[in-house]
Ligand binder design. Structure first.
Ligand code: CDP
Length: 217
């Protein structure tokens, strides 16, 4: 019997397919889903709106003022917010302010959460921990196509290169920061998605969840 809320932690680097997997997995097993990257994006967005520079200004006030509507904004997945979110995510006081929101989300029914530190910091006792990754080139292509890219357009290779450069920069920043860096939890199962489509990744994740449930019984 499970005595703790059923938490599935899905961590990994930018554009690895965590979000797609976590959402579909949550639907499949009937748990609420939280994209924790949106929290950092929304704090960054609020800072940019009032011309605060996340490289030099604390985002604590904006983190404390976060409302559910902020997470629904349509302008959270744009390149300037990618960069600003990664900067604001380095700030220990911002991370600290967002811990409670993430933990409370799973209080009642458990949850599937995706991010960078879910299995290492937010839910170190999560029943299932997945680490979803792929090569920077595969992730860049995925993000390019996801955001309306077209590989028949003149100059597409240059656009793709820019995305890969930005992904590598975020990988570096997310892994090198002192507070809650991106790393694989010791008890996480890694899924490398270069040669897998979304269905194959979901099937693999479901298999891992079933294994863990059987082992916890
Ligand atoms: O979707 P993508 O992988 O591009 O990014 P995201 O998950 O929306 O996260 C945006 C940024 O927030 C990341 O680059 C991280 O710096 C930060 N983040 C974090 O530090 N911890 C989390 N649990 C989630 C996101």
């Amino acid at each position: 019997m499970l005595r703790q809320p059923f938490v599935v932690a899905v961590d990994g680097p930018a554009a690895a397919g965590k979000g797609t997997l976590a959402k579909r997995l949550a639907d499949e097993i009937g748990l609420p889903y939280l994209d924790t990257g949106l929290l950092y994006r929304a704090v960054a967005r609020r800072m940019l709106d009032v011309s605060e520079d996340p490289a030099h200004t604390s985002g604590l006030e904006q983190a404390e003022g976060l409302s559910p509507e902020d997470l629904l904004r349509g302008d959270l997945r744009v390149p300037e917010v990618d960069r600003a979110a990664s900067l604001v995510a380095r700030q220990p006081e911002v991370r600290h302010a967002l811990v409670g929101v993430q933990r409370r989300f799973a209080d009642e029914r458990g949850a599937v959460l995706d991010g960078r530190d879910i299995g290492t910091v937010i839910f170190p006792d999560a029943l299932v921990k997945l680490y979803v990754t792929a090569s920077p080139a595969a992730r860049a292509l995925r993000r390019y196509l996801q955001t309306g890219g077209d590989t028949t357009r003149p100059g597409w290779e240059e656009e793709l290169r820019e995305i890969e450069t930005s992904i590598r920069a975020r990988d570096e920043a997310d892994s090198a920061r002192e507070t809650a860096p991106l790393r694989i939890a010791e008890d996480a199962v890694m899924i490398v998605t270069d040669d897998m489509d979304a269905n194959a990744v979901l099937a693999e994740a479901i298999r891992i969840v079933k294994d863990r449930l059987a082992a916890a019984d």
